[in-house]
Design a protein around this ligand. Sequence first.
Ligand code: GAL
Length: 810
Amino acid sequence: MYSFKTWPNKAGRLLLVAVTLLSFGEVKAQSPRTTLNFDKGWRFHLGDVKNVESTSFNDQQWRTLDLPHDWSIEGTFSKENKATPEGGALPGGLGFYRKTFTVPATDKNKLIYIDFDGVYLKSDVWVNGHHLGFRPNGYISFRYELTPYLKFGGTNVIVVKVDNTVQPNSRWYSGSGIYRNVWLVKTNKIAVNHWGTYVTTPKVSAAAAEVLLSTKVRLKMSSSSNVTVSTTIFDAKGKAVSTITNNDINLSDSISTVNQTLTVKNPVLWSVDQPYLYNAVTKITQGKTLLDTYATTVGIRSFVFDADKGFILNGKPLKILGVCDHHDLGSLGSAVNTRALERQLQILKEMGCNGIRTSHNPPAPELLDLCDKMGFIVMDEAFDCWEKGKVDYDYHLYFKQWHKRDLEDQILRDRNHPSVFIWSIGNEIPQQTDTAALRIAPELARIVHSLDVSRPITTANDRPNKNNQIIKSGALDLVGYNYHHQIYEKFHDDFPGMKFIGTETTSALETRGYYEMPSDSIRRWPIGDSFKHPGGLGNVVSAYDNVSAPWGSLHEETWKLIKKNDYLSGMYIWTGFDYLGEPTPYSWPSRSSYFGIIDLAGFPKDVYYMYQSEWTDKTVLHIFPHWNWQPGKVVDVWAYYNHADEVELFLNGKSLGIKKKQGEDLHVMWRIPFEPGTLKAVSRLNGKVVLTRTINTAGKAAKIELTADRSNIKADGKDLSFVTVKILDKDGNVVPDAENRVNFKINGQGFIASVDNGDPVSHDPFKASYRKAFHGLALAIIQAKEKGGVVNLTAESEGLQGASVAIKVK
Ligand code: GAL
């Protein structure tokens, strides 16, 4: 079955009808607007071919696949790949997609569009041999109208050329292909235009909220027409809470704007803890005929950034505790998957994170839908460069010609999301120090403000000083600092009266599960043999929070500053998750980053629990490292804790002393000689035990344990279950240095979408049925087929007792 797009939103979906087969001809009931997922049944070919756009081209030998698709992630890591290790060391190239479909004759009075959420890179699209357009920006969503070129009652073909040949064009892993969803939209000749509504909530109080809705109605007829436009706001339970009707709207132009003001009494406000969503449903009618129904998500909230008090949401100060993330989904590559995005956000939410920066480009629409629903403060970013590039073939080649169109499309698409609070018009723009910024920054700000005046504009500046020409231009509402925590406290001296946001912070580095002593020797750039992988393969960084890029800080350093100064409205840490590419500070053989608080497979590094102890109400006691060392080795044991005033550590029952955080401390540490056995930590408040944690010295690897994050998934061909693989000793302790190769077998209604272990150095393929463990852990991602039933995953490894897990697919 086709699935329907969740964007614009849920109510829109309810209005849509079930559709079967490749054709969208079999619409079972007439609905004024259908939004059909168009991901299934494409043909794909990698490499140049001539005449592909012609309707007579024979693609029967091409591979059949479903979108979203990223061909790079299927490739082999090599430093010879033009993307370079910075771009993830996977292949790019030229790819073609074709899809053949039928359109019923009964649709000939409809307008038909194709919507692409994102194609990387440089896409050309044809329908029935007619060129529809070219988009060079790999992160932008775009629409083409198909109506004039379609054969109603006949067969049609869409062809997409994707050109990611010329590289490097990115400083991180981009992926290649139609890596986001594609939709087929069908409307009447009078309908709400593409991204045609704009909702704001300018007046919000406990008693009432004013909701302004501006709707662009498209008329595609030669004569003018009169219509009625009515909008009803529904609460989260589907109850109508406000309605307005405008009669006799005369549509004489191709686009007419209808402005409506609605009042919602006693509104439930959107917040990060209670992300309450309303739904505004706009109907266009003519007499008794319903011409269109269009749904817009509404979150009612008020906010300001204050120069002294920081960020204030619904009247209350709220620190933005955010992370930056790139768009890849680890071993799944850049092919968007809603469940994979949701899992990332759930892991971040558990840590107490409340903000996402979409570095350094517009995200998949599904990410913003999830942020709306889950409560994140999003900084939605446009560009990583303007007219001057950072790598040879990046967007600077297209900036002059395309920035206006791309930025407008981003704002139009994203401005109704209640989760979006900040527009970033650029990251570390090379022209910060160039007077060209005095021209470009205000122009970009004008473009944004022409479409949205309800959110501040920032840029992420790595040169946050008085000579920064972007700041000087006066275009910014919020001054964004990348790094430079050493000068946060003189922000108001440098920029009196201005408002602050830590657009990018930290850039600390860790390899999950790897520890070096002493833990308190701070390194700003871990170069040297001592950082080589014990197995000799590559590069590792100690997971104590004691290593950072030279321009960055340790996690604790920046957080201590943000925490104690109200005017620092918050921060976006580089990064939430490890990502493919940019293996700073190493290069080959590393092919992914070390910056994440969480590794590429989604396993938290230790510092995750520092944030959790600071940012959540959960009671936390986390001790590390593992307890497998050479006898006599001096080992530093750290504890992150909260809701307690002391922690006592015991080794084999003997106390190693009580530690208490002093002043600004965020952890405590014991330095002790290793002896095998059991390390036990007890946190106490006023002498009463709060939590106890133990780590045992693990014996030899004996067995595998599999744990599925969800044991019921949807039979929709897209849903995922993330299965954690642990290598355990006979007593159930994780073996911290286990690297056993695990072989998977799968049967039933699912398949292995990818495997990983979080090792930034591994060159094993992600699309595989085996994975070595890395520090005792690995991951298998199971994807549902479209039939209900059960999927069984079995894991085996030489010399170990195997395991299996069953997941229901419904
Ligand atoms: C910043 C940049 C990010 C990333 C990070 C690594 O300067 O904005 O994209 O490269 O450094 O520390």
